[in-house]
Design a protein around this ligand. Structure first.
Ligand code: GLC
Length: 746
């Protein structure tokens, strides 16, 4: 075996051979050094980290994005440490670097994996030019609770949609080859089920059955791993009594034994030592033992590994073979990234940040992310030639930072084009634009500026309200117990409504909001999430009909916060509600017999339906679904369902529709959801155009973990629906049949 140095690849060596070769030359402390990730505290990073890097005690640095400093950190590692092992440079590149995409929840609303992949590519190129070679994204925590601040960062409530989005983002970040310039390692997070935190309070406890873990929360992670994601990040949360960072069931049984994951797991920020706070570990040493035994390869900033693992190995409590296994996965990613061939970044090798293609990508994504929730009397799109003046009102009409949303460490707000600027540019010389902010922040209370807003609306042909949440009200540790529009925004809507002028509301937010108190006060309602750098042009083009809204909700919108958790793929229960059993609390006769109000699963004061269902979104087109059919009423196990529908745009404008396919497994050895998304397709149709949309669903996609935790597709009767949202009633039936005779069965 040639002893090529790690930086001189022996031509015949594979990555695994190079890993083994290098590992065989490392001391124990150098191995544990690779498991240690330190934070850059800013400009003094060289003084802070020079010696630990020289000593081989650092495998990764996060939060340094000055490419000159990053190159110097890499030089110290490569030229001044004994073995010259380059560093992983990590950063939260969640939905863009300098050029910002819509928040991931908004990207999910595009139902377009292609644009999500393009957006991640843009982010990777910009991040890589700063020396970043590892992003802590995509976050794929499913959640059914919009109170949770981090709903903004994920892809909503559905495992199929989130899996498609996660895979697209992984491929965008990692490119076709991790060693290519502009490719960065991705990180599926937070493993696992962080989105199930009680009451939506961040970092809170999660109690989840193994059935729910496997059939729901784990699915996007499996999809990301099958797509080749390089790393995972452990969740902060306590999962059924064992915090994820110390959870062997998750990290070893599922991730390594069942899924054979070969990448590595990084803890979350100091989440190893948080095992002490959780009450799982006595002290740092105990926490390090718990996390390394569970299979967490790298510790983010807590330094319990570097301080305690050497002794734990010396004392025989941790086998060096375990360290070798965990370190090998880290080294493998470094070799795959090509860092041993070149650890340095030359920004001129990559396109400049904010280039026209980058801006167009994020504009396209924003355009496709906006969801039209209401359009009374087809008020939208506006025709400038029929307008003399418009009033733009509200705290988010001209808020370049806010529209970027949460988790934008490196976002360049100076590049933001706001809705106000975009509309003024487009209407310049044609229509007078009167802008009144009316509220300093989204939480402001009624003030005399409300009168200014009312006056502007009264004098305009139409009032466009730009409302919602500032970005600081969503994201990590920013959960809300009340998810109405903050402050006195609803009062502002009421006062503008009272002018009698047509009212359009454009909402920017990092979560589903309870809009019940304004939805009847506006004629048209657009939900734009936090749309990113080019949110303004996207919103303006939709308001003016340059394009039609095409977004669909990736998360259910409750009527009231008390309905949470409310989601489309619920179980039927033994007493399912139906429209005709719902009463309205105000109408109840106080002496009504106990059983007279409908003994089913609903709330007296909210019913059981959401304000807007998962998958919902209107269009300026007019889409009609006809002739839904299945190719055969029986589908043998191991073959595929073929279902199709004719889609026609009977509207007057070209538009895009996201056609969705849902199934229901009517009987299972565990109860199954009343609907499950199994396919979707974004289709553009000209006015009058008809197309046939066909879906192919393999019976393996109908599989689930049963009461014995076996992944099975059971023969039996299924419903299948196709439509424009999860409420679709366009249905056909089919049966999965087991054509194998008993003696043919394995
Ligand atoms: C944070 C987040 C995690 C992020 C990490 C580094 O606390 O939970 O998602 O990647 O720390 O910033």
């Amino acid at each position: 075996m040639s002893h090529a140095s790690p930086t001189t690849p022996a031509p015949e060596q594979t990555v695994d051979q190079r890993v083994a070769d290098l590992l065989g030359r490392m001391t124990l402390i150098e191995k544990i050094g690779q498991m240690n990730q330190l934070n850059s505290d800013g400009p003094a990073v060289l003084d802070q980290l020079r010696h630990p890097i020289q000593a081989g005690h650092v495998g990764s640095v996060l939060n340094e994005v000055d490419v000159v400093l990053v190159n110097e950190l890499q030089r110290i590692a490569v030229e001044e440490s004994r073995l010259g092992i380059p560093l992983l440079i990590g950063r939260d590149v969640i939905h863009g670097f300098n050029t910002v995409m819509p928040i991931p929840l908004g990207q999910a609303a595009t139902w377009n994996p292609a644009i999500v992949r393009e957006g991640a590519r843009v982010a990777a190129l910009e991040a890589a030019s700063s020396g970043v070679n590892w992003t802590f994204a995509p976050m794929m925590d499913l959640t059914r609770d919009p109170r949770w601040g981090r709903i903004a960062e994920g892809f909503g409530e559905d495992a199929h949609l989130a899996s498609e989005m996660a895979v697209a983002m992984v491929r965008g970040f990692q490119g076709n080859n991790l060693a290519d310039a502009g490719s960065i390692a991705a990180c599926a997070k937070h493993f696992a089920a962080y989105g199930a935190v009680e009451s939506g309070r961040d970092y809170a406890t999660t109690n989840i059955s193994e059935y729910e873990l496997r059939n729901y929360y784990l699915r996007p992670f499996k999809a990301a791993i099958d797509a080749g994601v390089s790393t995972l990040m452990a969740s902060f949360s306590d999962v059924n009594g064992v915090p994820a960072t110390g959870n062997e069931f998750l990290m070893r049984k599922v991730l390594r034994e069942e899924w054979a994951f070969e990448g590595f797991v990084v803890s979350d920020w100091d989440s190893v030592r948080q095992l002490i706070i959780h009450g799982l570990s006595e002290d740092d040493r105990d926490a390090a033992l718990a996390a390394v035994t569970a299979g967490v390869n790298m510790e983010m900033v807590g330094q319990s590994y570097i301080h305690h693992l050497p002794a734990l190995v010396e004392e025989g409590l941790v086998a060096e073979a375990m360290i070798d296994e965990l370190v090998a996965s880290i080294l493998r990613v470094k070799f795959q990234l090509g860092l041993f061939e070149n650890a340095y970044t030359n920004p001129s090798d990559l396109p400049p940040a904010g280039n026209p293609q980058a801006l167009d990508t994020v504009r396209q994504a924003a355009l496709q992310s906006v969801v039209l929730l209401k359009n009374e009397g087809r008020l939208l799109p506006l025709s400038p030639d029929k307008l003399n003046s418009v009033a733009l009102i509200g705290p988010l009409a001209d808020a370049p930072y806010e529209q970027l949303g949460t988790w934008i460490f490196d976002g360049n707000a100076q590049w933001s084009v706001t809705p106000r600027r975009a509309l003024e540019e487009r209407l310049d010389g044609q229509v007078e634009v009167h802008y009144v902010r009316a509220m300093d922040t989204s939480r402001s209370r009624v003030s005399p500026t409300f009168d200014d807003a009312v006056r502007a609306a009264s004098e305009a042909d139409v009032a466009i309200l730009f409302l919602g949440e500032e970005s600081i009200l969503s994201g990590e540790a920013h959960s809300r117990a009340n998810i109405d529009l903050p402050g006195d925004q609803a009062e502002l809507v009421r006062r503008i409504r009272a002018t009698g002028r047509p009212v359009i509301a454009v909402i920017q937010a990092g979560r589903a909001l309870t809009l019940t108190n304004i939805v009847d006060e506006v004629d048209a309602l657009l939900f734009a999430w936090h749309p990113g750098t080019m949110g303004g042009p996207a919103i303006a083009d939709l308001l003016l009909g340059v394009d039609s809204p095409s977004g669909k909700l990736p998360v259910t919108f409750p009527r009231m916060v008390g309905q949470i958790p409310i989601y489309y793929n619920q179980k039927n229960t033994g007493k399912p509600p139906s429209h005709d059993t719902i009463v309205h609390i105000d109408d109840i006769d106080p002496f009504a017999p106990q059983t007279s109000l409908g003994m089913t699963a609903f709330h007296l004061d909210a019913g059981y339906t959401p304000l807007f269902p998962f998958g919902f979104g209107l269009s300026y087109g007019e889409f009609h679904y006809d002739n839904m059919r299945v190719a055969t009423p029986e589908v043998p196990l191991g073959e595929s369902l073929r279902a199709s529908v004719e889609l026609t745009n009977r509207g007057a404008v070209a538009a895009e529709e996201v056609v969705q396919l849902y199934v229901r497994d009517l009987v299972g050895n565990v109860t199954r959801p009343i609907k499950e998304l199994k396919g979707f397709r974004r289709v553009r149709l000209a006015p009058g155009e008809t197309t046939v949309v066909e879906f192919v669903v393999h019976t393996d996609e109908l599989a689930f973990y049963d009461r014995h935790m076996r992944r099975v597709t059971e023969p039996g009767k299924f419903h299948v629906w196709i439509g424009g949202d999860s409420d679709t009633q366009l249905r056909a039936d089919f049966r999965v049949v087991d054509i194998l005779t008993d003696d043919q069965k394995p």
